[in-house]
Design a protein around this ligand. Structure first.
Ligand code: ATP
Ligand SMILES: Nc1nc2c(ncn2[C@@H]2O[C@H](COP(=O)(O)O)[C@@H](O)[C@H]2O)c(=O)[nH]1
Length: 204
């Protein structure tokens, strides 16, 4: 029977750089993870494409997905719903492929309950002032949304102790390298001792 893939969850406060790091990881030709595209009721930002960045849904459509149990997890964040499609994740893991989720902390907590063996990575900023600087410089949020996201950030950062690894996003390339190394190490750690390895010893 095929080994199941690893569920990799990247979380952290808004503006820390989760999306930037994730896009950099997925732009590398040797990346072997599958990205799970989330559902959201947030309006698309300039340049965002339905089915690429998110599946954009109305609140009514999203609530139907909740009722039909189609989401592995979901959360309301700064006035919008965000959620992970369960069928895609389960099917892809069953095919033996690693699945990468980039989600906020409430959702990550729900995933931990359902997939305790997942790999949970928390991205931290070098400082709170740098976090604010990143959200403001991104230029996508209203003042109200910036304030909401920053006040949520302090509680979110408190939750880093629930994660398997904490990675600082000082520079995007460093953060990506750290995440890739963690995944490789976790794969090695989780590898079963297969009978063929023991046979190799017998033969010598
Ligand atoms: N290491 C870094 N150094 C400097 N700027 C960065 C770094 N990583 C990301 N940024 C910038 O910070 C801003 C926020 O990044 P990004 O949108 O990826 O954050 P996020 O965690 O995905 O945010 P959200 O949770 O709100 O979606 C962007 O303008 C991005 O270019
Ligand atoms: N719980 C979930 N959180 C998600 C999901 N997809 C994205 N997110 C997180 O929401 C916030 C806000 O995102 P933004 O695109 O509006 O800036 C951010 O922390 C994302 O990581 C999801 O499926 N579930």
């Amino acid at each position: 029977m095929k080994e199941k893939g690893l569920l990799i969850v990247l979380s952290g406060p808004s503006g820390v750089g989760k999306g930037t790091v994730r896009k950099e990881i997925f732009s590398q030709p040797d990346t072997a993870f599958e990205y799970s595209i989330s559902m959201t009721t947030r309006k698309p930002r300039q340049g965002e494409v339905d089915g690429v960045d998110y599946f954009f849904k109305s609140r009514e459509e999203f609530e139907t997905l909740i009722e039909q149990d189609k989401l592995l997890e979901y959360a309301e964040f700064v006035g919008n719903y965000y959620g992970t499609p369960v069928d895609y994740v389960k099917q892809t893991l069953n095919e033996g492929k690693d699945v990468f989720l980039e989600i906020e902390v409430q959702g990550a907590k729900q995933v931990r309950e359902k997939f305790p063996d997942g790999l949970f990575i928390f991205l931290v900023p070098p400082s709170l002032s740098e976090l604010k600087n990143r959200i403001v410089t991104r230029g996508t949020e209203t003042e109200d949304s910036i304030n909401h996201r920053l006040s949520a950030a302090k509680e979110e950062i408190e939750m880093m102790k629930l994660y398997d690894y904490v990675v600082e996003n000082d520079q995007v390339e460093n953060a990506c390298e750290r995440i890739n190394s963690i995944v490789v190490a976790e794969h090695c750690r989780r590898t079963r001792v297969e009978p063929r390895y023991l046979k190799m010893l017998e033969a010598e």
